[in-house]
Design a binder for this molecule. Sequence first.
Ligand code: TPP
Length: 187
Amino acid sequence: MTRLDALRRLYPQLDDKVVVTIMGAVSAELQSIGHRPNFFYLQHAMGLASSMGLGIALSRPEHQVVVFDGDGSILMNLGSLTTLARYRPSNLVHVVFDNESLLSVGGFPTATATGSDIAGMAAAAGVPRSCTVRTLDEFDAAFDEAVQAKALTTIVAKVEAVGPSGYVTELAMLENRFEFQRWLRQH
Ligand SMILES: Cc1ncc(C[n+]2csc(CCOP(=O)(O)OP(=O)(O)O)c2C)c(N)n1
Protein backbone atom coordinates (compact mmCIF):
# COMPACT_ATOMS: atom_id res chain seq x y z
CA MET A 1 0.00 0.00 0.00
CA THR A 2 1.23 3.51 -0.72
CA ARG A 3 0.26 6.42 1.48
CA LEU A 4 -1.01 8.32 -1.55
CA ASP A 5 -3.42 5.48 -2.41
CA ALA A 6 -4.54 5.30 1.21
CA LEU A 7 -5.20 9.06 1.27
CA ARG A 8 -7.06 8.84 -2.05
CA ARG A 9 -9.27 6.09 -0.63
CA LEU A 10 -10.16 8.17 2.43
CA TYR A 11 -10.39 11.54 0.70
CA PRO A 12 -14.15 11.53 -0.10
CA GLN A 13 -14.85 11.08 3.63
CA LEU A 14 -12.71 14.00 4.76
CA ASP A 15 -14.87 16.92 3.63
CA ASP A 16 -16.77 17.21 6.92
CA LYS A 17 -13.89 16.27 9.26
CA VAL A 18 -11.13 18.33 10.86
CA VAL A 19 -7.83 17.05 9.44
CA VAL A 20 -4.36 17.73 10.89
CA THR A 21 -1.24 16.34 9.20
CA ILE A 22 2.46 16.32 9.96
CA MET A 23 4.86 18.16 7.67
CA GLY A 24 6.65 16.91 4.59
CA ALA A 25 5.54 14.08 2.37
CA VAL A 26 2.05 13.43 3.75
CA SER A 27 1.17 17.12 3.65
CA ALA A 28 2.30 17.44 0.03
CA GLU A 29 0.47 14.24 -0.95
CA LEU A 30 -2.82 15.31 0.63
CA GLN A 31 -2.54 18.72 -1.05
CA SER A 32 -1.84 17.01 -4.39
CA ILE A 33 -5.23 15.29 -4.12
CA GLY A 34 -6.90 18.58 -3.24
CA HIS A 35 -6.58 21.06 -0.40
CA ARG A 36 -9.67 21.90 1.63
CA PRO A 37 -10.16 24.67 4.23
CA ASN A 38 -10.69 22.08 6.97
CA PHE A 39 -7.16 20.66 6.47
CA PHE A 40 -4.24 21.94 8.54
CA TYR A 41 -0.66 20.94 7.77
CA LEU A 42 1.51 21.28 10.88
CA GLN A 43 4.73 22.27 9.17
CA HIS A 44 8.09 21.91 10.94
CA ALA A 45 6.72 21.06 14.40
CA MET A 46 7.68 17.40 14.05
CA GLY A 47 5.83 15.05 16.37
CA LEU A 48 3.11 17.43 17.48
CA ALA A 49 0.23 16.72 15.08
CA SER A 50 -1.37 14.28 17.53
CA SER A 51 -1.06 16.88 20.32
CA MET A 52 -2.74 19.51 18.17
CA GLY A 53 -5.43 17.05 17.11
CA LEU A 54 -6.06 16.23 20.77
CA GLY A 55 -6.56 19.90 21.63
CA ILE A 56 -9.03 20.39 18.80
CA ALA A 57 -10.88 17.16 19.57
CA LEU A 58 -11.32 18.16 23.23
CA SER A 59 -12.36 21.73 22.54
CA ARG A 60 -14.65 20.92 19.62
CA PRO A 61 -16.35 17.61 20.52
CA GLU A 62 -18.99 18.09 17.81
CA HIS A 63 -16.33 17.58 15.13
CA GLN A 64 -14.67 14.34 14.05
CA VAL A 65 -10.92 14.96 14.06
CA VAL A 66 -8.44 12.96 11.97
CA VAL A 67 -4.66 13.17 12.46
CA PHE A 68 -2.31 11.93 9.75
CA ASP A 69 0.95 11.21 11.57
CA GLY A 70 4.23 9.50 10.64
CA ASP A 71 6.27 6.84 12.42
CA GLY A 72 9.30 9.13 12.82
CA SER A 73 7.07 11.92 14.09
CA ILE A 74 5.15 9.96 16.74
CA LEU A 75 8.38 8.28 17.83
CA MET A 76 9.65 11.80 18.71
CA ASN A 77 6.61 12.44 20.89
CA LEU A 78 5.65 9.09 22.43
CA GLY A 79 4.33 10.87 25.51
CA SER A 80 1.52 12.08 23.28
CA LEU A 81 0.13 8.53 23.26
CA THR A 82 -0.19 8.62 27.05
CA THR A 83 -1.86 12.05 26.95
CA LEU A 84 -4.24 10.90 24.21
CA ALA A 85 -5.07 7.87 26.36
CA ARG A 86 -5.59 9.98 29.48
CA TYR A 87 -8.16 12.25 27.83
CA ARG A 88 -9.31 9.66 25.21
CA PRO A 89 -11.55 11.89 23.08
CA SER A 90 -14.14 9.76 21.31
CA ASN A 91 -13.97 11.98 18.22
CA LEU A 92 -10.29 11.47 17.31
CA VAL A 93 -8.86 8.99 14.82
CA HIS A 94 -5.07 8.95 14.91
CA VAL A 95 -3.61 7.50 11.72
CA VAL A 96 0.13 6.77 11.71
CA PHE A 97 1.53 6.15 8.24
CA ASP A 98 4.43 3.84 9.07
CA ASN A 99 6.95 3.66 6.23
CA GLU A 100 9.71 2.66 8.70
CA SER A 101 11.61 5.69 7.49
CA LEU A 102 12.27 9.42 7.90
CA LEU A 103 11.34 9.71 4.26
CA SER A 104 11.03 13.49 4.10
CA VAL A 105 14.66 14.03 5.09
CA GLY A 106 16.31 11.32 3.03
CA GLY A 107 14.88 8.01 4.19
CA PHE A 108 16.84 7.05 7.29
CA PRO A 109 15.33 3.98 9.00
CA THR A 110 13.26 4.53 12.15
CA ALA A 111 12.82 2.16 15.10
CA THR A 112 9.85 0.49 13.41
CA ALA A 113 12.33 -0.82 10.81
CA THR A 114 13.93 -2.82 13.63
CA GLY A 115 10.76 -4.13 15.21
CA SER A 116 9.21 -1.39 17.35
CA ASP A 117 5.43 -1.67 17.27
CA ILE A 118 3.56 1.64 17.42
CA ALA A 119 0.08 0.06 17.69
CA GLY A 120 1.41 -1.99 20.62
CA MET A 121 2.82 1.15 22.24
CA ALA A 122 -0.51 2.94 21.80
CA ALA A 123 -2.34 0.01 23.44
CA ALA A 124 0.18 -0.10 26.29
CA ALA A 125 -0.25 3.65 26.78
CA GLY A 126 -3.98 3.07 27.26
CA VAL A 127 -5.39 4.09 23.88
CA PRO A 128 -8.65 2.08 23.86
CA ARG A 129 -8.50 0.96 20.20
CA SER A 130 -5.38 0.37 18.10
CA CYS A 131 -4.47 -1.81 15.15
CA THR A 132 -1.95 -2.29 12.36
CA VAL A 133 -3.17 -2.57 8.76
CA ARG A 134 -1.30 -3.50 5.61
CA THR A 135 -3.78 -3.26 2.73
CA LEU A 136 -6.10 -0.58 1.39
CA ASP A 137 -9.19 -2.60 2.25
CA GLU A 138 -7.97 -3.17 5.81
CA PHE A 139 -7.19 0.54 6.12
CA ASP A 140 -10.56 1.62 4.82
CA ALA A 141 -12.38 -0.80 7.11
CA ALA A 142 -10.32 0.19 10.16
CA PHE A 143 -11.05 3.86 9.54
CA ASP A 144 -14.79 3.32 9.16
CA GLU A 145 -14.87 1.19 12.32
CA ALA A 146 -12.94 3.84 14.26
CA VAL A 147 -15.40 6.58 13.29
CA GLN A 148 -18.40 4.38 14.04
CA ALA A 149 -16.96 3.10 17.33
CA LYS A 150 -16.83 6.64 18.71
CA ALA A 151 -13.70 5.71 20.64
CA LEU A 152 -10.14 7.03 20.40
CA THR A 153 -8.31 4.86 17.86
CA THR A 154 -4.72 4.69 16.63
CA ILE A 155 -4.46 3.03 13.21
CA VAL A 156 -0.92 2.18 12.12
CA ALA A 157 -0.93 1.84 8.34
CA LYS A 158 2.18 0.10 7.03
CA VAL A 159 3.03 1.88 3.77
CA GLU A 160 5.81 1.79 1.19
CA ALA A 161 8.62 4.30 1.70
CA VAL A 162 7.72 6.36 -1.35
CA GLY A 163 6.59 9.97 -1.54
CA PRO A 164 6.13 12.96 -3.80
CA SER A 165 8.96 14.41 -5.88
CA GLY A 166 8.89 17.64 -3.86
CA TYR A 167 7.42 18.98 -0.63
CA VAL A 168 6.94 22.66 -1.41
CA THR A 169 3.34 23.48 -2.26
CA GLU A 170 1.56 26.63 -3.35
CA LEU A 171 -0.25 26.99 -0.04
CA ALA A 172 1.58 29.40 2.29
CA MET A 173 1.71 28.43 5.97
CA LEU A 174 0.04 31.65 7.16
CA GLU A 175 -2.74 31.31 4.60
CA ASN A 176 -3.39 27.76 5.80
CA ARG A 177 -3.41 28.94 9.42
CA PHE A 178 -5.93 31.75 8.91
CA GLU A 179 -8.17 29.77 6.59
CA PHE A 180 -8.26 26.81 9.00
CA GLN A 181 -9.03 29.05 12.02
CA ARG A 182 -11.82 30.69 10.03
CA TRP A 183 -13.27 27.32 9.04
CA LEU A 184 -13.29 26.19 12.68
CA ARG A 185 -15.02 29.39 13.79
CA GLN A 186 -17.67 29.10 11.07
CA HIS A 187 -18.51 25.41 11.59
C1 TPP B 1 11.98 18.85 15.67
C2 TPP B 1 12.27 18.51 14.25
N1 TPP B 1 13.32 17.70 13.96
C3 TPP B 1 13.59 17.38 12.68
C4 TPP B 1 12.82 17.88 11.65
C5 TPP B 1 13.15 17.55 10.23
N2 TPP B 1 12.22 16.61 9.64
C6 TPP B 1 11.22 17.02 8.86
S1 TPP B 1 10.30 15.77 8.26
C7 TPP B 1 11.24 14.63 9.08
C8 TPP B 1 10.93 13.15 8.97
C9 TPP B 1 9.52 12.79 9.34
O1 TPP B 1 9.42 11.40 9.42
P1 TPP B 1 8.04 10.65 9.47
O2 TPP B 1 7.18 11.22 10.52
O3 TPP B 1 8.33 9.19 9.56
O4 TPP B 1 7.35 11.00 8.07
P2 TPP B 1 7.87 10.69 6.58
O5 TPP B 1 8.83 11.79 6.23
O6 TPP B 1 8.49 9.34 6.57
O7 TPP B 1 6.62 10.78 5.77
C10 TPP B 1 12.27 15.25 9.78
C11 TPP B 1 13.32 14.54 10.58
C12 TPP B 1 11.73 18.72 12.00
N3 TPP B 1 10.90 19.21 11.09
N4 TPP B 1 11.49 19.02 13.30
